[in-house]
Design a protein around this ligand. Sequence first.
Ligand code: FAD
Length: 324
Amino acid sequence: MSRATTIPAFPDPAGPAAVPFSFEIYPPRTEAGLPALYDTIRVLAAAGPRFISVTFGAGGSTTDRSLAVLTHILRETSVPPVAHLTCVGSTYADATAVIREFLDAGITRFLALRGDPPAGTAEADVDLGDLESAAQLVQLIGRVQAECSPYREEQIPGVPGAARVEPAEPVEISVAAFPNGHPRSRHRFEDIDALLAKQAAGATSAITQLFFHADDYLSFVDRARAAGVSIPILPGIMPITSPSRLRRVLELTGEPRPDDLAAALEVAPDTGAQRAVGIAHAAGLARDVLAGGAPGIHLYAFNNHETMLAVLRTAGVIEQEIHA
Ligand code: FAD
């Protein structure tokens, strides 16, 4: 299948030449960490991302702090926030209550995830709760939103008190995709099948797990398209700036070890040189997936705005210094 070279998938207010990019951040462990994160958000927002997504601790462990960060982005910046939500172990009632709370706070974009069971739990022993997969959470978000605000009203100019009533816009719901397979996948097509199920449930886009070679992403997109996945698939890229970070990320994601990057990080003489290796590697990946038709770039960088912006500058996605 041929790969598109333009980027029509996301609306682009900055003009057709601009490459869409977005960031993922996570809430701090305690409320005391919020002011520093708000500084980071100010700098990231000034770069003009398409959205900033905020992670959600499995089991709802970060609900209040995630929501505080999301509402801060909503009120203090012009960047749309995207709320990650997980469902593993939740009842319908609990998941519905969380979705309502987020909708009531003005959040209309979600990244719907199953979430990971507690570490060390075998798949057979996982207490899934009422929602067994991310696809079911996608459906639930759509249903709750339709119940909360089935219509929107638009005032008719010049006719005081009159309004045009239309069905509400559906919420935007992203989902996760796994170019190199999910660690729990039983066969190589299961991840494409899971993505098709999420699309059928109403997902409007997907964001990938991190990967280390452009072809991991590009060949996955080709396989997904051939199987009938038509939603945009945004590549998730993480700059890996030290050997210890690489080890930790491989443990968490189950991704295969990238020998080239691992060797470059090992021989870099100091932390500054390691950081430069990680930024150059992530920027090269960004350039290559964009050249292959990716609809934008989504960056994960452990809340480090300097690293995220350095990747975008090195990739030629943003040009100038950001003044926040
Ligand atoms: P699903 O799509 O429901 O399933 C994942 C995979 O598991 C499928 O692709 C399939 O291969 C396999 N599978 C599905 N059902 C079964 C089954 N019954 N038996 C065996 N295998 C099965 N986690 C958090 O806790 N908080 C976050 O904020 C968060 N953000 C993330 C953001 C991104 C972009 C990504 C890629 C992941 C994120 N995660 C987060 C991690 C995610 O929750 C885990 O990867 C989780 O294990 C899978 O979630 P999912 O939504 O892809 O699940």
